[in-house]
Design a protein around this ligand. Structure first.
Ligand code: AMP
Length: 219
């Protein structure tokens, strides 16, 4: 089963994706993580990410398709987080999966208002070593300033500053919303209210995935 999780910056995509992947044994493909890895060796990409801009759509598509074709050719059951963000990326991914005899089974959009997302961003922290996400209010670490997983320091993401956040929302409004409308018109979108506690949202998501799995088993 392949799932796409769409949502604005700080909609909780990463947290929910982690939980869903553990529950259903899915491979978590976060293109934010892919991009941050690329940025370690590529100053141009680092500047794009830090400023809140997106990597050009086709370039990011190429990284994803190359990764799936070359590094994980036998991979099945993927949860895509942060990709696609453009209609062109959605089409490219759908076509790629079809050539592998596979499919996109479920597209979920996690909805939060911009006001709520901005509030979350100011309290978001990330582990500088392993990348695990925390939130001072909704998902605090056990020891302040330290990662639960590896004990390293928690920092703010470079692109979580006011200017970059503004740019990231512009991209969301101008591109990803267009994609969400597009998928909705195809009748393929499931919307979930993301302005609730983490476990409540997860419960809904698990039910949605289980429903689709049962439908597939009955066909
Ligand atoms: P995220 O962690 O999903 O907020 O992604 C961090 C950054 O990675 C973005 O601001 C972009 O610069 C880059 N990125 C991630 N996914 C994509 C994508 N689908 N298309 C273009 N750039 C992306």
């Amino acid at each position: 089963m392949n799932i796409v999780l769409l949502g604005s910056p700080a909609s909780g995509k990463g947290t929910q994706a982690d939980l869903l992947c553990k529950k259903f044994n899915l491979y978590h493909l976060s293109t934010g993580e892919v991009a941050r890895k690329l940025a370690e060796k590529d100053q141009r990409i680092k500047e794009i990410i830090d400023s809140g801009k997106l990597i050009p759509a086709e370039e990011m598509t190429m990284h994803v398709i190359n990764f799936l074709s070359n590094e994980k050719p036998d991979l099945k059951n993927i949860l895509f987080e942060g990709f696609p963000r453009f209609i062109s990326q959605f089409e490219a991914l759908s076509n790629f999966l079809i050539t592998k005899g596979d499919n996109l089974d479920l597209v979920i959009s996690l909805d939060v208002s911009q006001e709520e997302a901005i509030k979350r961003i100011s309290s978001r922290r990330v582990c500088e070593a392993c990348g695990e996400n925390f939130n001072l209010i909704t998902k605090p670490s056990k020891f302040p300033g330290k990662c639960d997983k590896c004990g390293s320091n928690l920092i703010q993401r470079k692109d979580d500053n006011e200017d970059s956040v503004k740019v990231r929302f512009e991209y969301y409004e101008n591109n990803t919303k267009e994609l969400i409308d597009y998928v909705e018109k195809m009748g393929k979108l499931t919307k979930v209210n993301g302005e609730r506690p983490i476990d409540e949202i997860q419960k809904d998501l698990v039910e949605i995935v289980e429903r689709v799995k049962n439908e597939q088993n009955n066909n």
